[in-house]
Write a protein that binds this ligand. Structure first.
Ligand code: AHN
Ligand code: ZN
Length: 329
């Protein structure tokens, strides 16, 4: 009789899909993610850096820049995004008129609930921090400064196509970020706000009316070996909760050596304009190197910013953290 009763109970439990082990608090408390975050492929991301570098420096108003723009918009399209290329003529520090292109890849553009992921895709037109003065006027390759952030986002785009996410996602590659005032030549009456021209334009002229996103994440110089990402201070002011959750996600995944729980500096970067004009809380993941006098790596704005400063492990740490974060919203 007892034997029989327990068998009945067992069947009832199974048929209700009710696991006795999960009756206590633990299982109910945590909300399960709707879709498990895909695995970020660092080999793929590395190739996306290589592809960009193979074009040469991507300086506005050059052929290499135009070719790379085509490559990036084709890539986003091939990964299932609806692509808009926003063109603008933007005035540089020296009054050069730059033919700039912001490349925008939209996933589920019909949804209101969105996240924004961005990086700059142009590269610095000069090597103003190069030790050799005779090479300071040559443009840099920008493997890390430009290439890495875009590459991580391309790999995320590839994963978004394979494992659709519940929210809308926009990936924006901003142009003319790195055409800011030079440090190697004296400028009379330097202009203000000479950095981040593409994001300044977009933030004041977004590709859709009343554009909004729940939050934004900017990737800048995310590929150097043993890079450390400190908590950038504008991000801490605008988006403290998102920054904290993002850093916690990295630690949970075992990337605490990269995402350190320490404050960085206030860095002028694309996120400040997105936050200022559109009120979207944005976090900048940017390398902060306490041992170098620029606070960025020693390769920064020099000819050393080539494939030698790209490490797959760093790309992986950043890419997997961002994927995990957005799939768990
Ligand atoms: C300044 O140096 C003012 N901001 C750093 C933004 C930057 C340049 N990121 C990459 N290159
Ligand atoms: Zn730069």
């Amino acid at each position: 009789m007892f034997k029989h009763l327990s068998l009945v109970l067992f069947i009832v439990l199974i048929s209700c899909n009710f696991s006795p082990a999960e009756t206590k608090s633990s299982a109910k408390k945590k909300k399960e993610p709707k879709v498990e975050a895909p695995t970020f492929n660092a080999d793929s991301a590395y190739l996306f850096v290589q592809k960009q570098v193979d074009f040469g420096p991507r300086v506005p108003n050059t052929e290499e820049h135009a070719k790379c723009a085509n490559y990036l918009s084709e890539k986003l399209t091939s990964f299932g995004a609806d692509v808009i290329v926003q063109e603008a003529e933007l005035r540089a520090f020296d009054n050069t008129l730059l033919n700039a292109k912001n490349i925008i890849g939209q996933y589920k553009p019909e949804l209101k609930d969105r996240v924004l992921l961005f990086a700059h895709w142009d590269t610095r037109p000069f090597a103003d921090h190069c030790d050799d003065p005779s090479r300071q006027n040559e443009p840099i390759l920008g493997a890390n400064d430009g290439g890495s952030g875009v590459a991580v986002l391309l790999e995320i785009a590839r994963q978004l196509q394979k494992a659709p996410i519940s929210m809308g996602v926009d990936i924006i590659f901003f142009d003319a970020e790195d055409y800011g005032n030079p440090d190697h030549i004296e400028i009379q009456n330097p202009k203000q706000d000479t950095w981040c021209l593409g994001s300044q334009y977009w933030a004041q002229n977004p590709h859709v009316k009343n554009y909004y996103a729940r939050f934004g994440i900017l990737l800048d110089m995310v590929g150097a070996p043993n890079a450390t990402f400190h908590k950038e201070l504008h991000s801490k002011d605008f988006a403290p909760r998102i920054q904290k959750k993002l850093w916690n996600t990295a630690h949970k995944l075992g990337y605490g050596n990269y995402f350190v729980f320490q404050d960085g500096g206030y860095i002028t970067d694309d996120h400040i304009y997105v936050n200022k004009h559109l009120n979207i809380p944005c976090v900048d993941i940017i390398q902060y190197d306490t041992s170098s006098n620029t606070s960025f790596g020693s390769y920064w704005h020099t000819h050393d910013d080539n494939m030698d400063v790209i490490d797959k492990n760093t790309l992986k740490a950043v890419g997997q953290t961002v994927l995990e974060f957005i799939y768990n919203q």
